[in-house]
Design a protein around this ligand. Structure first.
Ligand code: ADP
Length: 259
């Protein structure tokens, strides 16, 4: 519990700092990207300077991605919660995901036939799925299978990671058949700036962002990983209150029917 509290405080401090820097940085990067684009148009492709400019452009795009993650991480915008069908979200993202993930990886879905709607912020829920899927891709350099799964879950015994959480949740799993993680790596994955990827490829913010979003949704994350076999991240989202099935209605309602 103490560790969780420290983690939350650390995240908040870094988030505030990062948000301020990222905002100003974003403007500078937009200028770099824009002027490099213009210069690329003016310089013939056979000129060696063209290749240099392309390099600058690529670096600026990468830096832009990092800054976007930082902005998301600091999340200055409040969440807008609506009722979300996670299966529909997955179906909507599938095309983009398949493109992002490349040809060597097969994307499979295993969806709950009638998932309970969850209470979520649509853009942030998308972000959770995208970040987990990009990590799954990076863990499968030789190809493999990425599975997106949804399940309705009724929680009676709250898990250690989420004391006091009971009721109806939808579990969203992003599983890969990739490299997996050892216990040491696993213990650090949600820390901001923790990455095992080479410089310039990983920001170490993807899972911190996921963690923050899921916390704000009142959910939690379960990770299973085995080196050499793969990893499964499962995010539990609380079901939306309006989705109560007849079995979840208070007894008084049923009493009325019986009487
Ligand atoms: P980044 O992807 O930029 O490194 P993340 O916070 O998303 O930052 O991930 C942190 C680290 O967690 C990764 O560098 C990697 O070591 C590990 N990781 C995350 N997802 C997976 C996965 N699906 N398989 C194996 N390792 C993973």
């Amino acid at each position: 519990m103490q560790a969780q509290l420290l983690h939350a405080q650390k995240m908040e401090a870094i988030g505030t700092l990062a948000g301020g820097v990222a905002h100003d940085f974003n403007n500078l990067l937009t200028a770099i990207q824009g002027y490099t684009d213009l210069a690329l148009l003016k310089i013939p492709e056979e000129d060696p300077v063209h290749a240099d400019l392309r390099y600058i452009h690529r670096a600026a795009v990468r830096a832009g991605n990092l800054v976007r993650q930082l902005l998301l991480f600091s999340r200055r915008q409040p969440m807008e919660f609506t009722s979300i069908d996670l299966n529909a979200t997955i179906r909507d993202l599938l095309k983009m995901l398949t493109r992002l993930i490349g040809e060597d990886i097969t994307v499979e879905t295993d969806l709950e036939p009638a998932p309970w709607p969850v209470r979520g912020d649509a853009a942030n829920v998308d972000q959770v799925i995208m970040n987990l899927a990009v990590n799954a891709r990076d863990a499968m350099p030789e190809g493999g299978v990425l599975t997106l799964r949804t399940r309705n879950v009724r929680v009676e015994d709250p898990p250690e990671a989420a004391p006091g959480r009971r009721g109806r949740f939808v579990a969203l799993t992003v599983a890969d058949t990739g490299l997996g993680m050892d216990a040491e790596t696993l213990s650090h994955v949600f820390e901001p700036f923790f990455t095992t990827k080479e410089a310039g490829r990983g920001t170490g913010l993807g899972l911190s962002v996921v963690y923050g979003i899921v916390q704000e949704h009142g959910g939690w994350i379960d990770v299973r990983s085995e080196p050499g076999r793969g990893t499964a991240f499962t995010v539990y989202f609380p079901a939306a209150a309006t989705a109560a099935g007849p079995e979840d209605r208070p007894r008084a309602d049923l009493g009325g029917l019986r009487g």
